[in-house]
Design a protein around this ligand. Structure first.
Ligand code: RAM
Length: 899
């Protein structure tokens, strides 16, 4: 017999071969691939994991750290390491083999590995260092020069392995022997710095050698002490956590004789300032190439040279824990080339990247020493073609480069990022052409995991805009916007968008990391924040914002099967619900409502705040019941169930009439009540019809804000108004997604009316053109149009629902999604006389497939009656579809329409 399933894509804690993790029982995952693509029903029945302390041992099929033995299980995700205790720096090599349903065993997979970081505070032997006095002396308006720090070290023996553990309060870029270390940007990333600071681990074996080596770093201010958030009304929006940046690192070298030596930051290091006059998130970077420090990061450098290097300031370590970064670093992931260039006035050039993007540009220029080129960044242009910067508020988003006059010069900033489509270039000698600039796209490097496409070009542009919005705003944390003086981790935005985000990219590690920030921002009284980390906006959270603390872990559990995230944060989640409940004994959420944003930025449709809040309170209870069940806390589950029922009843008594009208009568009122299941069965169709009446009254337009928009199309489809959902999707008159696209949007706007034909730009006080919230319709495209979703009873796509909802306005729609178990495909197309649905279900999973058909239409699969097809079993007929149970594999269902 030949094997049916083989293991692939080995991951540890969601990452490929992570270095320096600080989890003592990391979870191991793989996917099973069907050995033969045409095969159906491939599944795993057992696994065997080996973990060894080095590659050679593993190659001999020995697991000196852990040999799981043969374990009868279909589980391939999140299997906790259960071998010998792991200590700091331990390398772990692993592989797995699996058994299929026939009892055949696969070969062992390729080897994968992970490595433990520095687990104990005492592992860190160095001191924090910086150039406090020197940089503070030069600071103006919160902008300070970047310190360059260096030392030389001597490795006495030949090197077999070297690891650099490094972090900063601020940002760092590490250098070793003339080379930059790694390709992470804006490291160590943002956390609630008062509670934890992340570090990174780099394999620098190839960069360190026997003899003298130079070790150094450049520091930036970043979230720690640079500008972040509002600078409105002269408010100081820098020095949030400290005043000058600091570095802490430890280079651990293992010699070929097995001995080890650690080199650390301490008061023997030297520092100076150099060409980076400042590099700040909001202000941008100013760089004077004439002040470059030559080969400062090499061993033979003369510290007494042009720029005097001075002793650093040093500080002992404190009690704030250092933690390994658990998610993908921020990286420059792609390069965009400008699409156009225009001289808008003499010497003022405006470049168009063709895409509203986040990151920076690389400038190529030639000229004389001392000449200054300035780059200003903007999302939009004014009618006269000049860049429109009013919506940036106090963020200057300006880079400047002073030439050293040495032929071709290339400038790329280090510790800033901008949100922009247009770049204004001034001070360029000669006439710049398109090759003078290239755009570097920068974001947390979450791998793409999904695609959606259909026959309507506008919808395809919408999908692109949603993905670009996600890309640009996922920078260490989910931010609201990347351009103006804000860029904060708004909770409401994140919760409404997370499901869409999960389809587009693998955000498992990213959101697991952020959930810790959310809990770190939780107050003593149990309240989550409006933003996490809790910066500038200090008050406790609003309805629909604080609820992110429940919705985010719940979604991670659903989408990735991550039970540990629920376990870890269960107490925090329960404390939040308790906080709301204590303050609202009547079960209508009217007290402790924070800034009470309501259905933020809706269009002439003010949803009563208490209605929205109470619906979310009920939703908390509903989700907590399911969380408690998942964790087998049955008594808690029972209590949350009761709470949910009681809130629903209170909601109905207070806000719902006998004919299903809801106080406020906005679209969002109905959406919330329907989505959160608050109405008695009999009132649901009535409420849905009131919802549709309102849409019709508005000329078939939506009026929802940040909150309601996420439920709009899903609720309509579920309630039997799929056609109305499509109508809203395909609309291009105001307000609609299509309206912004018709006017050239390449990202999702913060406001439906960010720009309108009648009034032009909205209020400059708050008008971002790159905000993902209104893009939460992406969930509906994947789950309802293409029809891929997880069976809530079997999280992590162990069981899949394929339930497309076609509409005559599209001839095809197709989604692919790299689920935790492998690729899922749903692709439908319809022609005059036939509807075809192609489905792929990954090995080790199974699905219920809802094939749309009208009464009397026959369904075929692979040419014969579907009921007779291999791997397919008939479940039931519904009014508009037939439901089949299918095992893993690829299927083509055809429904022939009667003429
Ligand atoms: C603004 C932004 C943000 C939103 C808050 C309430 O700052 O629109 O996205 O969450 O308001």
């Amino acid at each position: 017999m030949t094997i049916e399933i083989i293991p692939a894509r080995l991951r540890c804690e969601y990452l490929d071969n992570p270095l320096g993790i600080d989890c003592r029982e990391p979870r191991l995952s793989w996917i099973g691939l069907a050995a033969h693509p045409e095969q159906r029903g491939a599944r795993q029945t057992a696994y065997h994991i080996l973990v060894a302390s080095d590659e050679a041992t593993l190659a001999r099929d020995q697991g000196d750290l852990w040999d799981s033995g043969k374990v009868h299980s279909r589980q391939s995700q999140h299997i906790p390491y259960a071998g010998r205790p792991l200590s700091s720096g331990q390398a772990c090599w692993w592989k797995v083999r699996i058994w299929d349903a026939q009892g055949n065993v696969s070969a062992f997979s390729e080897a994968a590995h992970w490595e433990i970081g520095l687990l104990e505070p005492s592992d860190w032997q160095g001191q924090w260092i910086g150039m406090a006095n020197q940089v503070a002396k030069h600071e103006a308006h919160g902008l300070q020069p970047s310190p360059y720090l260096r030392t030389t070290i001597t490795c006495e023996k030949s090197v077999s392995r070297a690891r650099l553990y490094i972090t900063a309060r601020g940002l760092y870029e590490a250098h070793l022997n003339g080379q930059r270390v790694g390709n992470a940007c804006l490291a160590p990333g943002w956390t609630e710095y008062t509670k934890r600071v992340q570090y990174q681990t780099y394999d620098v074996t190839g960069q360190v050698h026997q003899g003298e080596n130079a070790l150094g770093a450049i520091l930036g201010t970043g979230w720690y002490c640079g500008h972040v958030g509002f600078g409105l009304n002269g408010k100081q929006n820098y020095h949030h956590y400290g005043t000058t940046p600091r570095l802490l690192l430890q280079l651990v070298v293992t010699y070929t004789d097995g001995s080890r030596q650690a080199f650390v930051t301490d008061e023997t290091w030297k520092g100076t300032t150099g060409p980076i006059l400042y590099s700040d998130f909001l202000a941008g970077e100013a760089y004077d190439a004439r002040l470059e420090l030559g080969h400062w990061d090499q061993a033979d450098y003369n510290e007494g040279g042009e720029q005097a290097w001075q002793p650093v300031s040093a500080w002992e370590q404190d009690a704030i824990p250092l933690v390994a970064q658990p998610d993908q670093p921020i990286r420059a992931t792609q390069t965009l080339h400008p699409q156009g260039i225009e001289e808008v006035s003499p010497g003022v050039y405006v470049y168009d990247m063709g895409q509203n993007m986040v990151g920076w540009v690389q400038l190529r220029v030639r000229g004389e020493a001392g000449q200054r080129v300035q780059l200003r960044f903007a999302e939009m242009r004014s009618p006269d073609g000049t860049i429109y910067t009013e919506n940036l508020r106090s963020a200057r988003q300006t880079d400047s480069y002073i030439l050293k006059g040495s032929g071709d010069e290339i400038f790329e900033p280090r510790f800033t990022f901008h949100g922009f489509r247009y770049i204004e270039v001034t001070g360029y000698t000669g006439i710049p052409d398109l090759s003078a600039l290239r755009g570097c796209v920068v974001h947390s490097d979450t791998p793409l995991s999904g695609t959606f496409e259909c026959s309507d070009p506008m919808v395809n542009q919408l999908q692109k805009n949603i993905t670009w919005g996600q890309r640009g705003n996922f920078l260490s944390i989910p931010t609201d916007c990347p351009q103006r003086d804000e860029r904060l981790g708004w909770m409401g935005d994140a919760q409404i968008f997370i499901r869409t985000a999960c389809y587009n990219m693998d955000v498992s590690a990213f959101f697991s990391k952020w959930m810790q920030d959310v809990v770190d921002a939780q107050a003593e009284n149990g309240a989550f924040g409006e933003v996490s980390p809790r910066l500038l906006v200090q008050n406790d959270a609003s309805p629909a914002w604080g609820n992110a603390g429940i919705i985010v872990p719940w979604t991670l559990y659903q989408m990735y099967g991550d039970r540990r995230v629920l376990e870890r944060h269960y107490t925090a989640m329960a404390r939040w619900v308790h906080y709301v409940r204590e303050a609202n004994p009547d079960l209508l959420w009217v007290h402790k409502t924070g800034n009470n944003y309501g259905d933020w930025l809706s269009i002439d449709a003010e949803t009563p705040k208490d209605v929205l809040a109470t619906a979310y309170f009920a939703y908390d209870a509903l989700l907590m019941e399911q969380v408690a069940e998942a964790l087998e806390r049955h008594t808690d589950a029972e209590q949350y169930r009761t709470l949910y029922q009681e809130i629903s009843e209170a909601f109905c008594r207070a806000y719902v009439t006998d004919d299903g009208r809801i106080k406020g009568e906005t679209q969002t009122c109905y959406l919330l009540a329907l989505r959160m299941g608050l109405l008695p069965q009999a009132l649901r169709p009535l409420a849905a019809s009131h919802l549709v009446e309102d849409i019709e009254k508005k000329g078939w337009h939506l009026s929802t804000g940040f909150v309601g928009v996420g439920y709009l199309c899903p609720v309509l489809t579920e309630a039997g108004y799929n056609d109305v959902a499509y109508r809203l999707l395909l609309n291009d008159t105001f307000p609609s997604w299509g309206y912004s696209i018709k006017h050239g949007a390449t990202t999702i706007w913060e406001r439906w009316d960010g720009w309108t034909e009648e009034r032009g730009f909205q209020d400059v006080g708050m008008n971002s053109f790159n905000h993902y919230s209104l893009g939460s319709v992406g969930q509906w495209l994947y789950e309802y149009v293409a029809g891929i979703s997880v069976d809530p009873q079997e999280p992590g796509f162990q069981h899949i629902l394929i339930r497309p909802n076609p509409n005559p306005r599209l001839t095809y729609a197709q989604a692919e999604f790299d689920s935790p178990l492998g690729k899922i495909v749903s692709h439908w197309q319809q022609h005059e006389d036939i509807f075809i649905l192609q489905v792929t279900i990954p090995a080790n999973s199974s699905a219920l497939v809802y094939v749309p058909r009208e009464k009397g239409q026959a369904i075929f699969e692979g040419g014969s009656a579907a009921t007779a097809a291999e791997g397919v079993s008939f479940v039931r007929d519904e009014e508009h579809s037939t439901v089949f149970d299918v095992v893993s594999g690829s299927y083509t269902f055809e429904v022939k329409k009667q003429k």
